[in-house]
Design a binder for this molecule. Structure first.
Ligand code: NDP
Ligand code: 8X3
Length: 250
């Protein structure tokens, strides 16, 4: 019998690439996002895969719960939940950031992820099967100037993922935190609020990770033998690494 994957934020980037990857392997899909037209286009492109679309905002706790409650029977047993919907907004230093932007990141990357996890987990526990894959980031481990609140949200995702594993010990449910580095998607266009030139500059002269690369990581992680749990997977392009500690001198 085909397995079912639910991917939040499947209208672009990693989510869209994951949808294509899993559909090609015969999985049933629940794809979500706020942009209805994109969901319908993707559903058509994924044919003949079985696809259910759900348009809702992960920041809305009730909508998250309702979306899961109202899943049609053939999509109701989620084998893999990918908490992918998320965003960064701005790159200003903390003292100059927009508090609205901070709230949007917290509401989406932290609250949305917890709402979806809480809505799907009981059925996984009841069936004693399932895999929760969260999209963290290298920003959740390594600080950088302007990463302030975004990095903080991804640090939450890192620790929440590990704490889920602690709670789920004794079940067959797996939890993985995928931690990508520099990847070219709509991420930077969103971060710079539609400024495509600023977004393009981020990737200029590099060979960044692609959405397909991350889809492959998620596919690998979720198709390992059932006794194997990848706790976290940090993925960077070869052209990205670390810098020395910064020191301010008088
Ligand atoms: P994209 O901007 O390309 O895609 C983001 C997806 O999230 C879209 O499908 C968008 O759908 C959805 N989304 C955003 N806000 C909401 C919301 N409130 N409700 C529902 N869906 C929402 O970004 P990526 O694919 O790059 O990012 C995916 C995840 O990976 C994010 O969590 C991001 O933080 C993380 N990540 C990205 C990296 C990168 O460099 N690209 C690196 C590390 C992690 P819609 O607008 O239709 O609602
Ligand atoms: C996205 C990667 O380095 O832009 O999570 O924060 S980074």
């Amino acid at each position: 019998m085909s397995k079912t994957i639910l991917i939040t934020g499947a209208t672009a980037g990693f989510g869209q690439a994951m949808a294509r990857r899993f559909a090609a392997e015969g999985w049933n899909l629940v794809i979500t996002g706020r942009r209805e037209e994109r969901l319908q286009e993707l559903k058509a492109a994924l044919a003949p895969a079985k696809v259910h679309t759900l348009r809702f905002d992960v920041r809305d706790r009730e909508q998250c719960a309702q979306a899961i409650k109202t899943l049609p029977g053939e999509f109701a047993k989620i084998d893999v939940l990918v908490n992918n919907a998320g965003l960064a907004l701005g790159l200003e230093p903390a003292q100059a950031c927009s508090l609205d932007d901070w709230e949007t990141m917290i509401d989406t990357n932290i609250k949305g992820l917890t709402y979806m996890t809480r809505a799907v987990l009981p059925s996984m526990v009841e069936r004693n099967t399932g895999h929760v894959v969260n999209l963290g980031s290298v920003a959740g481990t390594y600080p950088y100037p302007g990463g302030n609140c975004y990095g903080g949200t991804k640090a939450f995702v890192n620790h929440f993922s590990k704490n889920l594993r602690a709670d789920l010990l004794g079940t067959k449910i797996r939890v993985t935190n995928i931690e990508p580095g520099l990847c070219e998607t709509e991420f930077s266009v969103v971060r710079f609020k539609g400024d495509k030139a600023a977004a393009d500059k981020v990737y200029e002269g590099t060979d960044p990770i692609t959405a397909d690369d991350i889809a492959e990581c998620v596919f690998w992680t979720t198709n390992l033998p059932a006794h194997v749990n990848i706790n976290s997977l940090e993925v960077m392009p070869v052209q990205q690494a670390f810098a020395p500690f910064a020191i301010s001198r008088d």
